[in-house]
Design a protein around this ligand. Structure first.
Ligand code: TYD
Length: 210
């Protein structure tokens, strides 16, 4: 029997933390438990915004930091309106690989945009849609980054190619966001074997759905 429980779960973390693999494993586990699941990601979670994702990742894009921020917000507005909200309205569990906390961590703590302004704009772009549960995959930042760069074969995309100090600010940013939003953030130790992390995540999410 298909179970109808609306839950919006996001996965967050620094480069190479394994959230893409874990999002897929979580979606599979939830489907096995009888839930209707929509697995999606930002940026690029809609056919239209795939182009925004390409612009944001391309090391050749000489993007101004304000233009970068507005592209992430445009991506989110389209994604929420056409994918996430309709999925939640149909009673699905939505599993989203990155969401508004990435904007706070990367564009706020990373690039230095004002955090209060980002919170206002995040709320506006997402039509006030906040996650019910955010899994922060906390990984050794340097190990994750070199894994991600190896996978991309070279210095990587525009973000992976940023200096270590940038990635350190983002890691600290996620730690602060987790401390400030204890009711929805769960820290997952992502320095473990894939199956161990997946079991921990599944247990956490299924407990919320029980
Ligand atoms: P993602 O595809 O998750 O990268 P990866 O596969 O390397 O984990 O996201 C692309 C990049 O976009 C990633 O480096 C984080 C960045 N990002 C932001 O800077 N702000 C945002 O709001 C989002 C959603 C992502």
């Amino acid at each position: 029997m298909l179970r109808v429980v609306r839950l919006f779960v996001t996965l967050e973390g620094t480069e190479g933390c394994g959230k893409t693999t874990q999002s897929k494993l979580l979606a599979k586990r939830l489907r096995e438990a009888g839930h209707q699941v929509v697995a999606t990601r930002e940026p690029g979670g809609t056919p239209l915004t795939v182009e925004i994702r390409r612009l944001l990742a391309d090391p050749e894009s000489k993007l101004d930091p304000r233009a970068e921020l507005l592209l992430f917000l445009a991506d989110r507005a389209q994604h929420v309106a056409t994918v996430i909200k309709p999925a939640l309205a149909s009673g699905a569990v939505v599993v989203c690989d990155r969401y508004s906390d990435s904007t706070l961590a990367y564009q706020g703590y990373g690039r230095g945009h004002d955090l209060e302004m980002l919170e206002t704009w995040n709320a506006w772009a997402s039509r006030e849609l906040a996650p019910d549960l955010t899994l922060w995959l906390d990984v050794d930042m340097e190990a994750g980054l070199s894994r991600a760069q190896k996978l991309s074969g070279g210095p990587g995309d525009r973000f992976e190619a940023e200096p270590l100090a940038f990635h350190r600010r983002i890691h600290d940013g996620f730690a602060r966001l987790a401390a400030r939003n204890k009711e929805r953030f769960v820290r997952i130790d992502a320095n473990r074997a894939i199956e161990e992390i997946a079991a921990d995540i599944a247990k956490t999410v299924l407990a919320r759905l029980a």
